[in-house]
Design a protein around this ligand. Structure first.
Ligand SMILES: [Zn+2]
Length: 444
């Protein structure tokens, strides 16, 4: 059976991930993502009404025209998890393929919400849910798709594996090796080792942190850091505000629980806070009951209530961890909301700055504005959702893949992974590939 891998997007950057695997006459697409920084750099752009070709020209979504060079039928479109760099282009590209979108329940709900906002294209692909540990048949030549449970900074992330008669193709984006996650099961290393013993033809790997030594800590470490920080504020009688990734359901859950431990009422404020936590609640994820407010006027009313009843009784969890100019925390820092920040009030960033000049500048500005109002800032109460070098080493030992394709980075970001793989006996150009976006690699 011939096997090709098309590296469509996310092989020269972090963002707009898309990969297609052809096994004989059948094709499976993994991820269809957005490069958000290419969108945000233009002020006030609304992607919902834009044509896919314009978004391709901007570098915002994958250029999937290479798909016409793959000779086969697309059988499934498989987003690995609900981050926008993995699902954000589905509303723009999936309608070109006569295939269902298959993902875990949380991911599929986020896809559904995204296509409801789409204005340019109509979408009639089936949306199918499949859980970690389950499989489905692909085509009629004996291929099978399996979801292996992994752990990441969003719930219900999986690594899809396409089992072919020639061996397995493991699509390894995005994960951290977490044995004590706050929500959901630990990463299924036992299954990865089993798949490794059965024979892995090719492994496509998330290289986000491949240049970092050591091991990424568990989410439970970030949770304890957060607990320690909030408990240290137990006797403070002024305002405490926290911000984190709205999609990071486990982190939001920890914030809610520790707010209650120090006798404060947690409030989730901001449109994306309401969107992600509301979705998790709706699909029955174990998530605490909490007041969520999404729209600006309702948020202002809630903040007026907080100021009247005493802000020492509340802990607002808001959007704006990157200092985004229109997010809640930045508006609070500019004094544009009824919530008043006073000398000594605490602001907790349970996030790191995404290392990109726009974010760094905006976050710097937001922290300065908060400081000018007298706020005390607690930064970096966070662990990454991506494996560092020792995680990559462990995965290589577990899977023992014949061929390797690093992804989810730019060229400088790949260097650590290339070093590691070379040390493990792989050779660039032979069994270690660094393809450009839009390449097709003949694996068999
Ligand atoms: Zn991700």
């Amino acid at each position: 059976m011939e096997i090709d891998i098309a590296t469509i997007g996310g092989y020269e950057e972090v963002g707009r991930q898309m990969t297609a695997v052809r096994a004989g006459d059948d094709i499976v697409i993994f991820d269809m993502g957005l490069n958000l920084s290419k969108v945000l750099i233009h002020d006030n752009i609304q992607t919902e009404g834009m044509h896919s070709l314009d978004l391709i020209d901007m570098g915002a979504i994958p250029d999937d025209r290479v798909m016409s060079d793959l000779d086969g039928d697309v059988q499934a479109i498989v987003p690995t998890h609900g981050h926008l760099d993995h699902i954000g282009a589905i509303s723009k590209l999936a309608h070109r393929y006569d295939a269902p979108v298959v993902g875990t329940p949380f991911t599929i709900e986020l896809v559904r919400e995204q296509i409801e906002g789409e204005q340019k294209f109509s979408f009639d692909n089936d949306l199918q849910t499949m859980n970690a540990g389950e499989t489905m048949a692909i085509g009629s030549d004996g291929c099978e798709l399996e979801f292996v449970n992994v752990t990441h900074s969003i719930i219900q992330a999986i690594n899809p594996v396409l089992h072919t008669p020639e061996g397995a193709i493991v699509y390894g984006l995005d994960k951290r090796m977490d044995h004590t996650p706050v929500i959901g099961d630990p990463i299924d290393m036992e299954r990865f080792r089993e798949i490794g013993r059965e024979g892995v033809l090719c492994y496509i790997e998330d290289c986000t942190n491949a240049n970092k030594k050591g091991r990424t800590p568990s989410e439970s470490v970030a949770r304890e850091h957060l607990r320690d920080t909030l408990y240290s504020m137990e006797h403070y009688d002024g305002g405490i505000v926290a911000t984190t990734f709205a999609s990071h359901i486990a982190r939001v859950k920890s914030l809610i629980e520790f707010a209650r431990d120090i006798d404060r009422t947690p409030l989730l404020l901001g449109r994306s806070m309401e969107k992600y936590s509301g979705t998790a609640t709706r699909i029955g994820v174990e998530f605490p009951d909490v007041e969520m407010v999404g729209y600006r006027r309702a948020i202002d009313q809630t903040m007026e209530r907080v100021m009247n009843e005493g802000k020492e009784n509340f802990l607002p969890v808001v959007t704006g961890h990157q200092g985004e100019p229109r997010a809640m925390l930045t508006r609070m820092a500019r004094g544009e909301t009824p919530y008043q920040i006073d000398e000594g009030d605490k602001v907790i960033f349970s996030a790191r700055v995404i290392p990109e000049p726009t974010n760094e500048g905006q976050r710097y500005q937001a922290e300065k504005l908060l400081g000018m109002q007298g706020a005390r800032v607690y930064s970096d109460i966070h662990v990454s959702g991506h494996m560092c070098r020792e995680g990559h080493y462990t995965m290589l030992k577990a899977l023992q893949p014949e061929q390797l394709i690093p992804a989810h980075q730019d060229m400088s970001g790949f260097s650590g992974y290339v070093d590691l793989a070379s040390d493990q006996g792989y050779t660039l150009g032979r069994d270690l590939h660094l393809p450009a976006n839009g390449s097709i690699i003949e694996i068999v």
